[in-house]
Design a protein around this ligand. Structure first.
Ligand SMILES: NC(=O)c1ccc[n+]([C@@H]2O[C@H](COP(=O)([O-])OP(=O)(O)OC[C@H]3O[C@@H](n4cnc5c(N)ncnc54)[C@H](O)[C@@H]3O)[C@@H](O)[C@H]2O)c1
Length: 327
């Protein structure tokens, strides 16, 4: 069976999404080859899994590894995210823009069938309606957003020009019981994390801030289902995917439903608030629903019930698990 033997390369595999995607793909029978600039994480789920050191800004190294492995599919996750990206715009350009170009070129040179791209709500800019569809003007305000728009457009060029099967999702802020990589939506996770470990948290946004969010199991499923959908059913390369869009206050209320003694305040940071205010309040994912049957299964309350025990478990195993990130 083709799916059972297909070889898959993942870039940025040590991050929040990659570390869980490796396991999901292996469970589905794929021959999974994770890569990252960072060393292999100390994660029992990765025992026995090959790990390829790869900096995606190094074009020669990217082409060499793709030539050696000859994967049928690549999940290209390596990136610098929005909050870190505003601290280091030049590095963000190199990793997100040049890195994506290097991957696309390696796909062209070695005939890789499919490249899966992880885009973001950060491709959008201010002035859009509350519910944002796929095809609206993209006017991002961050280097992260600029490079993700460029990645979407470059991939679509390679699809037209060279027949690459380029497909991807625009993810909302993703939430999971793991260390996030420095995104501007991290306030949502830290209401849960600091709620559990400290009983108090001041979010860096206003209480009425509303952006689209998604729980990680749905995010992983979106990547798997899109990558496995028949190409003939896909009318486009890049799809909005949505789950729920709570205000920051609604997230705080949901945390307090389970942890009634937790105090959550709001101390808005002007830089990150400006980014949050430039993003859509909700995504219209009708195209993803129609073309490949996308549907999220977790809403805010289901996520809260599932997430809090996981965070407790993680903090019990590794008390410093969430200590080194922007939040
Ligand atoms: N997490 C979210 O909320 C979210 C939302 C929308 C889109 N995305 C996208 O999903 C992808 C994965 O996100 P994540 O949350 O796992 O991010 P993350 O920051 O947790 O992980 C990114 C990984 O990329 C690696 N990396 C950085 N520079 C690299 C380089 N030069 N070469 C190779 N690897 C490098 C890092 O070591 C890290 O392991 C990214 O493309 C991101 O833009 C994430």
């Amino acid at each position: 069976m083709m799916r059972a033997t297909m070889r898959i390369l993942i870039t940025g595999a040590g991050g929040q999404i990659g570390s869980e995607l490796v396991t999901s793909l292996r469970e589905r029978g794929y021959d999974v080859h994770p890569s990252d600039r960072a060393p292999k994480p100390d994660n029992p789920a990765l025992a026995g899994v090959p790990w390829h050191p790869l900096d995606v800004t190094d074009a020669e190294a990217v082409t060499r590894l793709v030539g050696e492995l000859r994967p049928g599919r690549i999940f290209h996750l390596a990136a610098v995210l929005s909050a870190r990206g505003e601290q280091m715009p030049q590095l963000t350009y190199a990793v997100n823009q040049t890195g994506t170009y290097n991957l696309l070129e390696a796909c062209r040179l070695h005939g890789v069938g499919q490249l899966v791209f992880t885009s973001t709500i950060a491709v959008f800019g201010p002035g859009l309606p509350d519910l944002v569809a796929d095809d609206v003007p993209l006017q991002p305000s961050t280097m992260y957003g600029v490079t993700k728009v460029a990645g979407e457009l470059l991939g679509q060029y390679y699809a037209r020009k060279y027949g690459l099967d380029f497909r991807g999702v625009r993810f909302p802020g993703l939430i999971s019981a793991s260390l996030p990589g420095g995104g501007t939506s991290d306030y949502a996770l830290f209401m849960y994390v600091d709620g559990v470990r400290r009983g108090t948290y001041d979010a860096f946004c206003r209480a009425d801030t509303r952006i689209p969010l998604m729980y990680m199991p749905d995010g992983l499923r979106a990547l798997l289902e899109l990558s496995e959908a028949p190409r003939a059913r896909l009318r486009r390369c890049i799809y909005n995917v949505a789950a729920f869009s709570p205000t920051a206050q609604q997230i705080a209320d949901s945390v307090r439903r389970v942890l009634p003694d937790v105090r959550i305040g709001f101390v808005s940071d002007p830089h990150r608030q400006a980014i949050l205010d430039s993003w859509p309040r909700a995504l219209d994912d009708t195209c993803a629903q129609e073309d490949w049957g996308w549907k999220a299964t977790f809403d805010l309350e289901r996520m809260t019930d599932d997430l809090i025990p996981r965070i407790r478990g993680m903090l019990a195993r590794a008390p410093d698990a969430f200590s080194s990130t922007v939040h």
